[in-house]
Design a binder for this molecule. Structure first.
Ligand code: SF4
Ligand code: SF4
Length: 318
């Protein structure tokens, strides 16, 4: 059985959306499944605008409704610079700008937006399904529904056949969907799946959706945004089950704690770079990997000069 937790929180905000392209359209359609009455306006931004725009004024919509939260999805290049002004004109003090491609909003452009939006809370979500509460009333209210995936999973033990004792997934509840809807899609595919295979099947089904984020390596994440999005859904499954069957693990005895390696493992981990505490440096300097959020990408393994990290494929309880 599959269930989506809709309308379980009182919600009272007005959302205005600037959307562009296929990616933007998918997000808008999925948000509308839950937040249609909160969406006070959607402006479709042309997809083939030049990357550098000198005069942005003609691109700012003339009629703008009052809103609390402005969301920009799929906008590429300088056109993102209109977002703070649009927010100001609607009265919104909270903004989410999603990044699904590293060429879409390079660091310099993000800095320009931040400098222009000192009076507004702006969060850049890369990927959008990595969005977590940040202490802003409206952004946090939005993350009650959409952002980093969160699931609840119930399972049953098989009795009376050769698989006796095996556990199968009985019910999946989506507590927080990815903005594109992939969490809901993947969850529908997990019913009846053996629990030990669920995290792997979830990763496979995620690719079937398919995610529209870029497959090119993002220099800041050190991995493709699409791969990092895949780690989020797998993490949701692992956390709901309270165990994983695959993770990178550090040999604590062998770890040099930064001596001669400057914690190289930390800098290359895409999950750490995406704002998740997947590698934790402990009080003694030694590194520890959180198996619940490790995406098993193996990048840390080749980076550790002391060969302290390996992939372990066995059941690890949290
Ligand atoms: S795991 Fe390797 S790279 Fe990371 S802190 Fe330990 S020795 Fe250094
Ligand atoms: S394998 Fe290493 S680099 Fe990759 S997600 Fe896990 S801890 Fe991070």
């Amino acid at each position: 059985m599959f269930q989506k937790l809709n309308n379980c929180f009182p919600i009272s905000m007005k959302i205005y959306i600037l959307s562009s392209g296929k990616y933007g359209k998918r997000i808008v359609n999925n948000l509308a499944t839950t937040l249609s009455s909160e969406m006070v306006g959607i402006h479709e931004v042309e997809g083939d605008l030049p990357e550098f725009i000198e005069d942005l004024t003609p691109y700012i919509p003339e009629i703008l409704p009052e809103s609390d939260l402005v969301i920009a999805v799929g906008l590429k290049g300088d056109i993102n610079l209109i977002v703070p002004e649009v927010a100001r004109k609607t009265g919104a003090k909270s903004v989410i700008i999603s990044i699904n491609d590293h060429t879409q909003l390079p660091p310099g452009l993000r800095m320009e937006i931040e400098e222009d939006a000192l009076d507004i809370n702006v969060v850049f979500a890369k990927p959008f399904c990595g969005l977590k509460p940040i202490g802003d009333q409206y952004i946090d209210e939005f993350t009650q529904y959409f952002g980093k995936p969160e699931l609840e999973i119930e399972f049953d033990q098989i009795t009376g056949n050769p698989d006796e004792g095996a556990e199968l997934i009985k019910k999946v509840t989506v507590k927080r969907d990815a903005p594109c809807g992939c969490t809901t899609f993947v969850s529908q595919e997990l019913e009846g799946v053996p629990v030990r295979e669920a995290e792997f099947i979830a990763a496979e089904k995620f690719h079937n959706y398919p995610c529209l984020a870029s497959m090119a390596k993002d220099p800041e994440l050190n991995d493709a945004i699409l791969h990092v999005a895949g780690y989020q859904i797998r993490e949701a499954v692992k956390k709901a089950l309270n165990f994983t069957c695959k993770s990178a693990v550090i040999d604590e005895e062998a770890c040099m704690g930064g001596d001669g390696c400057e914690h190289l493992c930390l800098g290359v981990c895409p999950q750490v770079n995406a704002g998740n505490g997947t590698i934790i440096i402990q009080a003694d300097g030694k590194a520890y990997i959180d198996p619940a959020s490790c995406g098993s990408c193996q990048l840390c393994i080749s980076e550790c000069p002391y060969g302290c990290i390996e992939i372990v494929e066995e059941k690890m309880d949290f």
